[in-house]
Design a protein around this ligand. Structure first.
Ligand SMILES: Nc1ncnc2c1ncn2[C@@H]1O[C@H](COP(=O)(O)OP(=O)(O)OP(=O)(O)O)[C@@H](O)[C@H]1O
Length: 291
């Protein structure tokens, strides 16, 4: 028997197309395309040119991971003094592992990391901070909530030769951030999310590092605090010549901030280019910025 005609027949779906004919990418499509990009890679000359051929930090052919598991399969990366670099890419691509490797938290199987010509590949994190001037700002909320703001800041100088030196260095940081100085005797737990992030950045500044590794600065913050944090980082780069290597899930925000952007996929560098160029790159837009 013939079926009655449906008064509102379902729109015929065109395979691989969504409403209005726009392409729909499945998770598998994204993974496949991203891996194809990763195989092509940007090449070393391009990476050197992006660091204006005057790199402060240079990573060459880095293979690294955790225990026996290799996560990074031959990463090249360079950042110049006073330059900001942002790593974007899908979950699990190895972005944080790049920061962990620079700081000395991973098992490095091959390749090298140099800072201003000095081989720092296998330095202990304490030496990375004290001798090489590389500081790491953790992704998670890492303030000591029951310590006062100033005690938290003193902790940033724990590798200095004496507590007095640490206190002196903390005063230099307080002089820069009135907002923090005004709360110096408050326990860190009463700070707002934005102030906590400022305290984390400030604590890393106590040792006056040349390179700041920043893991997901926007995570868990309200939009107004996100802008504040990015402005603080921009000031450190512009006015103090700090180099910044950042991982950011908010790819748009990260690339807007970055002089140079890297797209990491499955432990490979798939693309590298000026932040503003990646923001308008069709593949990056399609795969990471939602079209
Ligand atoms: N400490 C660790 N020990 C063992 N494996 C780890 C450790 N940290 C990360 N991994 C693994 O390494 C791989 C890459 O993780 P990583 O955190 O570097 O990726 P990511 O690109 O930063 O991802 P996300 O955006 O989700 O944070 C993942 O498979 C993860 O499970």
């Amino acid at each position: 028997m013939a079926q009655p005609a449906d008064p509102k027949p379902a729109r015929q779906a065109i395979p691989g197309r969504g409403a209005g004919g726009a392409p729909v990418l499945s998770v598998d499509d994204v993974a496949r395309e991203a891996e194809r990009l990763a195989k092509e890679g940007p090449g070393r000359e391009r990476i050197a040119a992006l660091a204006q051929n005057r790199p402060l930090l240079t990573i060459d052919g880095l293979h690294a991971g955790y225990g026996k598991m290799e996560i990074l399969h031959g990463i090249d990366l360079q950042v110049a003094p006073g330059q900001s670099l942002c790593l974007i890419g899908p979950n699990g691509a190895g972005k944080s592992t790049v920061l962990h490797s620079i700081y000395g938290f991973t098992n490095i199987r091959a390749g090298s990391i140099r800072l201003d010509g000095l081989d720092v590949t296998r330095l202990h994190p304490n030496q990375k901070l004290k001798q090489a001037g590389i500081a790491y700002i953790l992704q998670d909320n890492s303030v000591f909530p029951d310590m006062t703001v100033e005690e938290n800041l003193w902790m940033g100088g724990y590798l200095m030769d004496s507590p007095d030196q640490a206190k002196e260095a903390a005063e230099r940081v307080f002089a820069k951030y009135d907002r923090l100085a005004a709360r110096r005797r408050s326990p860190a737990r009463v700070l707002s999310g934005g102030e906590r992030r400022l305290l984390e950045i400030s604590r890393a500044l106590v040792m006056n590092p040349r390179v700041l590794l920043v893991d997901e600065p926007s995570i868990g913050l309200e939009p107004r605090y996100i802008d504040m944090v990015f402005e603080i980082l921009a000031d450190l780069k512009r006015n103090e010549g700090k180099s910044i290597v950042m991982v950011e899930q908010n790819a748009k925000k990260g690339l807007e901030f970055a002089d140079v952007g890297y797209v990491l996929v499955s432990g490979f560098v798939a693309l590298a280019g000026p932040g503003e160029e990646l923001l308008t790159h069709p593949e990056v837009g399609r795969l990471f910025l939602g079209g």
